[in-house]
Design a protein. Structure first.
Length: 220
């Protein structure tokens, strides 16, 4: 009789232990669910830089020139004191077109001095033709830069940093604009210049050429 009583009590005790363990296990599962890690999603915003160019419309044609080969001017072309890539100052219009691999079209009335743009290649390139020779090139394209990598969009401080004492500064009258003029030290280049036009902080235009045309701020 006693044995049976103890057996019943033992069975009841084991049942209670299992029941409380189940409750504790369920609570722990709930705790685990509550402390589950959260996932954070990050959105990245990409900034796009827009390149702005000034495009002049042709108003006529030049005498026909036979062009052989492909266009040599592209967005990797570089401006220097002596010209733009293979188009150098002092070239005749005919030879300049052959060197560029494309014909030029006038954008101002033809005369002793007029402006012309390449028919093919990047936009924002304007040649000054003076008495039938190329004497200056104006750049209105952020991608075409000097051999040192300077160009439109750069700060004035970068130009001074790159070229130091070779830069002469000219403040334009009644304006905050400046001309940062690169003057080469080599005597053979004494008549050549590269000019960076600034709004007082950033470079807005670049040109190069021979004196006196390179120092003009108005179209010839």
């Amino acid at each position: 009789m006693r044995f049976t009583l103890f057996a019943l009590l033992g069975t009841a005790l084991v049942s209670l232990i299992i029941w409380f363990g189940a409750i504790d296990t369920d609570n722990k599962a709930k705790e685990l669910k509550l402390t589950a890690p959260t996932t954070t999603t990050t959105t990245t915003t990409t900034t796009t830089t827009t390149t702005t160019t000034t495009i002049l419309s042709p108003i006529g044609t030049l005498p026909f020139v036979e062009i052989g080969g492909k266009v040599s001017l592209d967005y990797s072309s570089s401006i220097s004191t002596v010209g733009l890539d293979t188009v150098t100052f002092g070239m005749t219009v005919k030879n300049a077109q052959k060197a560029a691999g494309t014909r030029f079209s006038p954008v101002t009335a033809r005369g002793e001095c007029f402006l012309a743009v390449p028919d093919e290649g990047p936009k924002g390139i304007t040649f000054w033709i003076v008495e039938s020779t190329v004497e200056r090139v104006d750049i209105d394209n952020e991608l075409i830069r000097t051999r040192s990598g300077a160009g439109i969009g750069d700060t004035e401080s970068l130009i001074y940093e790159l070229f130091g004492e070779k830069i002469e500064t000219k403040i334009l009258p009644e304006s905050s604009e400046k001309l940062l003029i690169y003057v080469p030290s080599d005597p053979s280049d004494k008549n050549f210049r590269v000019v960076f036009k600034s709004d007082g902080r950033l470079i807005k235009r670049v040109w190069s050429g021979r004196l006196p045309w390179v120092e003009m701020t108005e179209i010839c």
